[in-house]
Write a protein that binds this ligand. Structure first.
Ligand code: GTP
Ligand code: MG
Length: 454
């Protein structure tokens, strides 16, 4: 076996450099033997219980060293094995000396990430949680830290575990059906099968969505004003960007190109983009520059993170609730009625923001809504630790695709063997994500990024 568990590992687990407190961590079957050789018999922690004692470490030729000793018995520890931590002064030469003594007493130096690797191999955590440990250590900002801690606490592990369990159950039902095929007993109602497959697929897609919502931290959130010509987009742009200076005119088609202004909405940074009005009738009867401006407007709207969809208040009302949620890959759309000083807005949908660039009505509310969207999108940045997102995206997509095919097969009432095969493929892919299926190479790649002692 490539990863031995029957030897005992030790490492300095505190940060390098001098500090008031330093830690040497030990894990493995010889943990008790190590403690025996370093502590007085009367000081040995009681076995079989989690304990913490004050003790003195004998490190000849040094004088006895005051320390606190923490012990976790196998099954109750991080690694699943007997674990002890010796907490003493954080002097680098002293800790080196202590580590040497521990190694002489039967431990060996731990490899980078080996404690967490053991925790994974013991089934204490899954791979996404191991990556959560790494993400926590490496976090450079509050969002990243938050995401890593959520992942460490099982934010991905738990939904994936539940998902795999229900798919295993579904598979068992199907396979039971094969064994009793002659008896023509419906083990699982066809509709129920479809429902469960579809539900599982959606759940995976939501996880993928969380991963792909991640943007490069350098790329700013793009808020795009879009709508028909003369809708009042540039006026809103000016109102929002105060002194950004967009050209405003009463001739339809004033904005030929697009304008940008960087906004800071109470700490939430975004780029506001004003586009040319999109006129459905423009394609045939217009001059080339118009067509170009419209094409640019369309592209900008497609690339928007937040879309401010503008139309005049006096225009036709939208009766049904416009979607405000971010659909897979699409922008957050905010519906805006303009020029409310000219005509009452007949729109009854409560999510629509009613504004007037003239009187300032609704501009504060619009800023608030944009800010909310920007903050939410920026939170998406930290939803999943980067390493996990990169490693798992393809597996999750593969799993979702298999379940999609399984569902299609179920709808067409095709062979249950084929459905079962697709479910098995999906389970395999999910297995890669959580580490139920892994290669040594993958583990090496993940755990070698840890520092020694973690
Ligand atoms: N009364 C009133 N007039 C407005 C308001 N907002 C815009 N307008 C007028 O509506 C006309 C068009 O406004 P723009 O802001 O240029 O509209 P636009 O959507 O940018 O137009 P294009 O760039 O041509 O697509 C101008 O005459 C504005 O003065 C408003 O809140 N109240
Ligand atoms: Mg304009």
């Amino acid at each position: 076996m490539l990863y031995p568990l029957d030897d005992t590992i030790a490492a300095i687990a505190s940060a390098p450099g001098g500090s008031p407190r330093g830690i040497v961590r030990i894990s493995g079957p010889a943990t008790a033997a190590c403690l025996q050789s370093l502590l007085l018999p009367s000081e040995l922690p009681l076995s079989g219980r989690t304990s913490a004692i004050a003790a003195s470490i004998r490190l000849a030729p040094l004088a006895p060293l005051p320390a606190e000793v923490y012990c976790w018995p196998a099954g109750r520890s991080y690694t699943g094995q007997n674990v002890a931590e010796l907490h003493t002064f954080g002097s680098p030469p002293l800790l080196e000396h202590l580590l040497e003594a521990v190694c002489r007493a039967g431990a060996r130096l731990a490899e980078p990430g080996e404690f967490t690797l053991r925790a994974f191999l013991a089934g204490r955590i899954d791979l996404t949680q191991a990556e959560g440990v790494l993400g926590t250590i490496d976090a450079v900002g509050p969002h990243q830290l938050d995401a890593a801690l959520v992942q460490l606490a099982g934010g991905l592990a738990e939904p994936l575990r539940n998902l795999r369990e229900s798919l295993f159950e579904l598979l068992a039902h199907l396979e039971a059906g094969f064994d009793f095929a002659d008896e023509d007993l419906p083990f699982l109602d066809a509709g129920e099968l479809q429902r469960q497959l579809d539900q599982a697929r959606r759940q995976i897609e939501r996880i993928v969505e969380r991963m792909t919502a991640r943007r490069e931290s350098s790329s700013v959130v793009r808020v795009v004003l879009a709508g028909p010509p003369n809708a009042g987009k540039s006026s809103l742009f000016n109102a929002l960007a105060a002194d950004a200076g967009a050209l405003v005119s009463d001739l339809p088609g004033t904005t030929r190109d697009y304008l940008c202004a960087d906004l800071n909405l109470n700490g939430a940074a975004c780029r506001l983009i004003d586009t040319a009005g999109i006129d459905p009738g423009v394609v045939s009867g217009s001059s080339p520059p118009d067509r170009t401006a419209q094409e640019i407007a369309r592209q900008l709207a497609e690339q928007a993170d937040v879309l401010l969809l503008c139309r005049e208040s006096g225009g036709e009302a939208i009766s049904e609730e416009p979607p405000v949620v971010r659909l897979a890959g699409g922008p957050v759309t905010i519906h805006v009625c303009t020029k409310a000083d000219l005509a009452a807005c007949r729109d009854s949908a409560p999510a629509t923001v009613v504004t007037s660039a003239q009187t300032g009505e609704g501009i504060g509310e619009l800023e608030h809504r944009i800010r909310e969207a920007v903050v939410e999108l920026s939170m998406g940045e930290g939803d999943v630790v980067v390493g996990t997102a990169v490693r798992c995206r393809e597996s999750l997509r593969g799993a979702a695709a298999s379940l999609h095919r399984a569902c299609d097969l179920a709808v067409r009432e095709e062979g249950e063997e084929l459905i079962a095969a697709e479910i098995r493929t999906a389970l395999d892919e999910l297995g890669h994500v959580v580490g139920a299926v892994y290669t040594d190479d993958l583990l090496d790649r993940i755990f070698s990024r840890f520092c020694v002692g973690k």
